[in-house]
Design a protein around this ligand. Structure first.
Ligand SMILES: C[S@@+](CC[C@H](N)C(=O)[O-])C[C@H]1O[C@@H](n2cnc3c(N)ncnc32)[C@H](O)[C@@H]1O
Length: 215
């Protein structure tokens, strides 16, 4: 229903990205949706880099960019989030939308995001919730377990992708548990979150301090 689009807008608004000359890194960018939203809100004076470890996804992102009415100045680059090819303290904002849950080592990924972000800059995460608010649980369960995989399968022919979405969301920590994980990195001075649609997704915002121990 397009709610994810509104949530990406909200993430960019909440990120405190500089309006002029801001340096943004979007990780696990996929087809670049979040990177495009940063560009839409910050304009051509921002410097946006978007990385993914899947070249096919990046090709799609570049194609969408080429075919848009005006090409955006976004640099799409192949990179694994566990080993980002950027110097320490390069970016004002480092974001990841619906990607952290898919990484092999989320703590390492968070540490890498913090490493390449300037002290005082922000790491922004948009991620699904493990379970929705109490009274809505049965409805969400029915929707994610039975309805969404069927609709997704009819539209895309890829039922397993939608089953994976449900399973990986259920198994990945959200709310305070993800904040705890973020604090374990020792890289952030302040971590907070906003609840979206009764816990269907969350936006997390963390302010980067100097990593105390980045091993
Ligand atoms: C669900 S898509 C997210 C797309 C987009 N960020 C969004 O907001 O919808 C997840 C992406 O994470 C990427 N990904 C997973 N693990 C990664 C890693 N270790 N390094 C870089 N990208 C990764 C996948 O290739 C995929 O494109």
């Amino acid at each position: 229903m397009g709610m994810d689009t509104r949530w990406r807008k909200k993430l960019v608004c909440w990120s405190d990205a500089p309006k002029q000359d801001g340096k943004i890194l979007d990780c696990a960018t996929g087809t670049g949706v979040l990177a495009f939203e940063f560009h839409k809100q910050l304009g051509a004076k921002s410097h946006i880099t978007a990385v993914d470890f899947c070249e096919e996804m990046l090709e799609q992102a570049r194609k969408i960019n080429r075919e848009a009415s005006s090409t955006k100045n976004i640099h799409f680059q192949l990179a694994d989030i566990h080993q980002l090819p950027f110097q320490d303290k390069t970016f004002d904002v480092c974001s990841i939308g619906y990607g952290l849950r898919n990484t092999k080592d989320p703590i390492k990924a968070l540490k890498e995001m913090a490493r390449v972000t300037k002290p005082g800059g922000t790491v922004m995460i948009l991620e699904t919730g493990d379970k929705p608010m109490f009274l809505l649980s049965p409805f969400f369960y029915l929707y994610f377990r039975y309805i969404m995989p069927r609709i997704g399968s009819w539209i895309t022919g890829q039922k397993s992708a939608y089953e994976y979405l449900q399973k990986s969301s259920r198994d990945f920590p959200s709310r305070r548990l993800l904040l705890k994980l973020m604090k374990e990195t020792n890289c952030f001075s302040k971590c907070e979150y906003k609840t979206l649609f009764f816990g269907a997704s969350f936006i997390y915002k963390a302010q980067v301090s100097h990593p105390k121990n980045n091993s």
